[in-house]
Write a protein that binds this ligand. Structure first.
Ligand code: GAR
Length: 192
């Protein structure tokens, strides 16, 4: 099984979708640890319910020291025997410290059809641009934000009355489906 470490900043629904895919036998993996950066993150409560170790590394303790923040994350991931790092709603810019510790082993999920609408407002920006189709992308992370080889994408129609919330909810249904798929695909495409 793949040894996963998950990074999440918020709700953690994608993190939980991985746990469900593993439990259903759809993804041969173990989640060794959840790392979260916001004390109130709901992802931590989900980890507790599933019995997954959760570690808070608060970026506010590392002001202007992004590399040290990432080094603290790498230390936990290595300690736990993690091989693949999954950024599942991770709202921090990743540095070379994590990328070089896990070359070709850092996966990100983003709520748009990349390369369109990179950044933290992927859903809002698509809505404001008036596109009729958006979606989500799972890709290998690199040093730029929301770039790197694409693994899987899913398209989601934009409906006339959509708000960022209703659109994001439909995108998340697809995210939960493609994230486990993309991890399995990455492991086949980029074997150790
Ligand atoms: C997801 O929709 C993910 O694509 C997005 O945050 C959400 C997290 O949801 N990520 C980004 O916007 C990264 N820039 P979750 O906490 O319920 O998994």
């Amino acid at each position: 099984p793949l040894q996963l470490g998950v990074l999440a900043s918020g709700s953690g629904s994608n993190f939980e979708s991985l746990l469900e895919a593993i439990a259903a036998g759809k993804l041969q993996a173990h989640i060794k640890v959840l790392i979260y950066n916001n004390p109130g993150a709901k992802a931590a409560a989900r980890a507790q319910r599933w019995g997954i170790p959760a570690v808070l590394i608060n970026h506010r303790d590392y002001k202007k020291r992004r590399q040290e923040f990432d080094a603290a994350i790498v230390e936990i991931l290595k300690e736990q025997g993690v091989e693949w790092v999954i950024m599942a709603g991770w709202m921090r810019i990743v540095t070379a410290v994590i990328l070089s510790a896990f070359p070709n082993r850092v996966i990100n999920i983003h709520p748009s059809l990349l390369p369109s609408f990179r950044g933290i407002r992927g859903v809002e920006d698509a809505l404001e641009a008036g596109v009729k189709i958006t979606g989500c992308t799972v890709h290998l992370a690199d040093l730029e934000v929301d770039t790197g080889p694409i693994l899987v994408q899913a398209a989601v129609p934009v409906l006339p009355d959509d708000t960022p919330e209703t659109l994001h909810a439909r995108i998340q249904v697809q995210e939960h489906r493609i994230l486990p798929q993309a991890i399995a695909l990455a492991a086949r495409q980029y074997p150790q």
